[in-house]
Design a protein around this ligand. Structure first.
Ligand SMILES: [Zn+2]
Length: 307
């Protein structure tokens, strides 16, 4: 019998989607949508996935979610841990804000890139569990994990582990894809083995409150030009640039590769231009965009309460 992997409830699970060998259920108690089966493919899979490595290294820029944290007032305390730190751009900005930063990531390549570019001392290619085992006395004032939660096959264990290295009344900051976004552009990237759970603001609040946090801030990204751009790019594919690049690579023809890069840029600018035309409408309609950002604080344990 199926059980909700988040709140362990067995009744009130509503089938919302069937995709390949997976079924998606919405739990009426905790409001999470989860895939059944729910299995994380492991760090090796991610490390071998060229798409992940390519985009996380070359597509590196400060995202909306990072700016939500960086543009806020600094939280009390200095020690920050970023889980899934990638090539370290966010950590670098957090360091500039005055945090003493530590980062972990499953990928050796990302950690190598972060070390090389920003000269960090405290970045490690390990899981949270291994990090805690090798640094049992490290405690943090704030732990960030952007776009991590939806990949986990056991979010409850992850949060318990995370709490073991968070100081009393410490903060967490995180982001997840918003399942109530107006435009769907993620395609297979939003399905297993990539994403195993889907969240909205209510399920995020319930989940972290059950783990003893109080929500300090919750922001739903509004639909913007980037959503439209990505949506159009997903729908309209001429494959000209892609096939030109392949031809160029196989024949080692640099001219062809450069030509493909120009084609890709022209496509980007065209879609950006089209998307920009929609801005006044979007502002008026107040539609939901792709991300949810949440800042929460660990509540002090009340005397007499169970730890
Ligand atoms: Zn549930």
């Amino acid at each position: 019998m199926i059980q909700c992997p988040i709140c362990c409830e067995r009744s009130g699970l509503n089938l919302v989607e069937v995709w390949k060998d997976y079924k998606f259920y919405n739990c009426s108690v905790c409001d999470v949508v989860f895939s059944d089966p729910m299995r994380n493919p492991g760090s090796g899979w991610y490390e071998e996935s060229e798409d992940y490595t390519f985009w996380r290294i070359f597509g590196q820029k400060l995202e909306w979610r990072h700016k939500q944290f960086l543009h806020d007032r600094k939280v009390n305390g200095n020690y920050l841990l970023d889980i899934g730190c990638g090539p370290g751009l966010f950590l670098h900005e957090a360091q500039k804000m005055g945090y003493t930063v530590t980062g972990i990531d499953f990928s050796r390549e990302m950690i190598g890139a972060a070390k090389e570019r920003f000269r960090f001392d405290e970045v490690y290619p390990v899981s949270l569990e291994d990090f805690i085992t090798s640094h049992p006395n490290k405690k943090f004032d704030v732990i960030t994990f952007f776009e991590v939660l939806e990949h986990l096959d056991d979010p409850n264990s992850f949060i318990r582990l995370l709490k073991s290295c968070l100081k009393p009344e410490g903060y967490i900051a995180l982001s997840v894809p918003n399942r109530e976004r107006f435009l769907e552009w993620m395609g297979e990237g939003d399905y297993p083995p990539h994403h195993l759970t889907r969240w909205n603001s209510s399920s995020i609040s319930r989940f972290f409150e059950r783990h003893g946090f109080e929500i300090v801030k919750m922001v739903i990204q509004s639909l913007d030009t980037e959503d439209i751009e990505r949506f159009l790019k997903g729908k309209i594919r001429f494959r000209i640039a892609y096939s030109t690049i392949q031809k160029g690579m196989t024949s080692h023809n640099e001219k062809l590769i450069n030509y493909a890069a120009v084609l890709m840029q022209v496509k980007d600018y065209t879609f950006k231009g089209i998307a920009t035309l929609f801005i006044p409408f979007l502002k008026f309609l107040k539609l939901q965009g792709t991300g949810i950002y949440c800042l929460a604080r660990l509540k002090p344990i009340e005397s007499g309460a169970m730890p």
